[in-house]
Design a binder for this molecule. Sequence first.
Ligand SMILES: C[S@@+](CC[C@H](N)C(=O)[O-])C[C@H]1O[C@@H](n2cnc3c(N)ncnc32)[C@H](O)[C@@H]1O
Length: 200
Amino acid sequence: MKPYSGACDQNRDPILAVLKELLAVETIDPQPKILEVGTGTAQHAVYFAKAFPQATWQCSDQQQYHAGIQLWLDEAQLPNLIPPISLNVSKDPWPTEKFDVLYSANVMHIMHWQNVIDLFKQGANCLKPSGLMVCYGPFNFAGQYTSPSNAQFDQSLRMRDPESGIRNFEDLQKLADEAELNFVSNYEMPANNRILVWQK
Ligand SMILES: C[S@@+](CC[C@H](N)C(=O)[O-])C[C@H]1O[C@@H](n2cnc3c(N)ncnc32)[C@H](O)[C@@H]1O
């Protein structure tokens, strides 16, 4: 049976609206190549590849997610949706190809801090000049939660895995600076989430 995430159904349209805005800028190739890190169920990949038929959507995730992703891809049969490459951001070789956009949703608070470091370092290296790193999820600002529900969520994440947790924007910005990525936008999203965008 295909893996399913209710959250992906709820957040896909608000994310799509932001992606439409970001992909419309003239510095982005009208036929963009997008690398998704942490494709998960592939619900976003299918929805966004359908919405942007001119784009190429490259899925990636850790090997254990691939069978589930493939079930969604087999059903969708979209020519611009490319089967997943194995990508644990700290362990696997990154693609040598350059992308217009690196997209990840609900990934940074799940992965360990060292993985976040590697995501910025290697992700920046994977982007074309002016390419965008687009990250959806819950984030803290100046060490503060943006809602009580995010504080509870963070506690539950850390109880399950002490190395996971909601990331602080200022810490991410340091990694972005080191990777020579410029911060461009912070979109407020439903359910106390954000989309943070950096540009190479
Ligand atoms: C909560 S799921 C999100 C999946 C999907 N993007 C979504 O929005 O539903 C977290 C994802 O982070 C990925 N992830 C965690 N650690 C990772 C790592 N070190 N390298 C690459 N992906 C990682 C998991 O494999 C999983 O796909």
